[in-house]
Design a protein around this ligand. Structure first.
Ligand SMILES: Cc1cc2nc3c(=O)[nH]c(=O)nc-3n(C[C@H](O)[C@H](O)[C@H](O)COP(=O)(O)OP(=O)(O)OC[C@H]3O[C@@H](n4cnc5c(N)ncnc54)[C@H](O)[C@@H]3O)c2cc1C
Length: 354
């Protein structure tokens, strides 16, 4: 059997890995110039690897795909992790910084890597054989499917025949109609896809000469799937003396940063905000920074889904030829996290092979 996988993020890489184990002939077509998608690392910023996308290991989400099973059980000797338990929480609102450290008693079962990042861990799945199957800069624009098989067409006009195709692109790409399906995705399914919202998102990392901030400074209410905005000590739990503060903004709170324009304009807005919160000390201790605007990534265009639609309905296969997997497409509803995404690939491959 020949399978084309569209997209080389966590879902695409997991699927190609598992299909390879089953001896299936796989090609992975990735539009951008890198693998990983929303799992993206920065290894030379400071003396520990940074996660520009996925960062936490959300063990509270119950997906347990085989490729990450030992990691999630805290039992993979390759990856040292620690339980993420910040001690000092503050909330900044209406111009005031207030202590919310009662939140330290809350445990969501989140872990982090001590000296790795998700990009490295997902990269460990990519064997030389699998790497040779991934084609970068290869944007899929059309998928024709019928009883005889599928034909996948790329932006530069290449046509690839296969028995099945697994589509793992972000929801935003399916909503924009950037891939033409022939015959089209049934209207009820396309409506469900359009109903889901993949929120805006960005992360900013700043190295400071001194630490002047608590473990977490929240700018909106915590524990919402649809909105998040906090500065957090990225160095917490790392073996490092460097001081890195992160900003994570998702949903509506991300808009005021993204609206600033380019990365430098976003950074200036962020450093002004930090000066306002911390009495002007942020700009005096600033050493370097990096902005990762996920909404501006041409083949991603957001952060992650906000569970408004049915993942089961969105991910239904088309004529048992076209299958869907990815962050928003885990039919069990365990969306968002890296391992939920990986699980969606297992579910799609299982359906494809049966
Ligand atoms: C800011 C942020 C923070 C996050 N934090 C966490 C966290 O702490 N923990 C956690 O577990 N998860 C987190 N996540 C979620 C996690 O990153 C995702 O669940 C996961 O990476 C999604 O993988 P995917 O394969 O579904 O999609 P993607 O990673 O988006 O991969 C899809 C791929 O398809 C490619 N593509 C798009 N269009 C085409 C086309 N037409 N042809 C070919 N290729 C195409 C894209 O370039 C991309 O590489 C976070 C995500 C973001 C953005």
């Amino acid at each position: 059997m020949k399978v084309v996988v569209v997209g080389a993020g966590v879902a695409g890489i997991t699927a190609a890995h598992v299909l390879g184990e089953h001896g299936v002939d796989v090609d992975v077509l990735e539009a951008s110039s890198v693998i990983g998608g929303r799992v993206k690392g920065l290894d030379d910023f400071v003396d520990f690897p940074i996660d520009l996308g996925a960062e936490w290991i959300h063990t509270g989400i119950k997906s347990r795909p085989a490729v990450f099973e030992r990691l999630l059980a805290g039992d993979d000797p390759r990856y040292e992790t620690f339980s993420y338990r910040p001690k000092t929480y503050y909330r900044f609102s209406n111009g005031r910084l207030r202590n919310w450290s009662l939140l330290r008693h809350l445990s969501l079962g989140d872990f982090k890597f001590v000296d790795r990042n998700w990009a490295g861990v997902v990269g460990d799945l990519v064997t030389d054989e699998l790497r040779s199957r991934i084609r970068l800069g290869c944007e899929v624009t059309r998928i024709a499917h019928g009883p005889m098989g599928v034909e996948v067409e790329t932006r530069d006009g290449e046509r690839i025949d296969a028995d099945r195709v697994l589509v793992t692109v972000p929801l935003t790409i399916l909503q924009a109609g950037d891939i033409e399906f022939d015959p089209p995705i049934p209207s009820a399914q396309q409506d469900e896809i359009n109903r889901e919202v993949m929120a805006n998102g960005l992360k900013v990392f700043i190295e400071f000469g001194e630490r002047f901030y608590p473990d977490v400074t929240m700018l909106c209410r915590p524990l919402s799937l649809r909105a998040d905005c906090a500065y957090y000590d990225v160095s917490l739990g790392k073996r490092s003396d460097r001081h890195v503060l992160g900003l994570f903004a998702h949903g509506d709170p991300a808009e005021r940063y993204i609206d600033q324009g380019d990365d430098e304009a976003i950074f200036r807005y962020v450093i002004d905000e930090l000066d306002e919160i911390f009495d002007g000390v942020a700009s005096t201790h600033h050493l370097q920074h990096v902005v990762q605007n996920w909404t501006a990534e041409p083949f991603i265009r957001g952060s992650y889904s906000t569970r408004r639609a049915s993942a089961k309905k969105m991910s239904a296969s088309l004529g048992d030829r076209v299958f869907f997997a990815g962050e928003a497409m885990n039919s069990t509803g365990r969306t968002i996290a890296v391992h939920g995404t990986s699980e969606s690939a297992y579910l799609a491959v299982e359906a494809m092979l049966s």
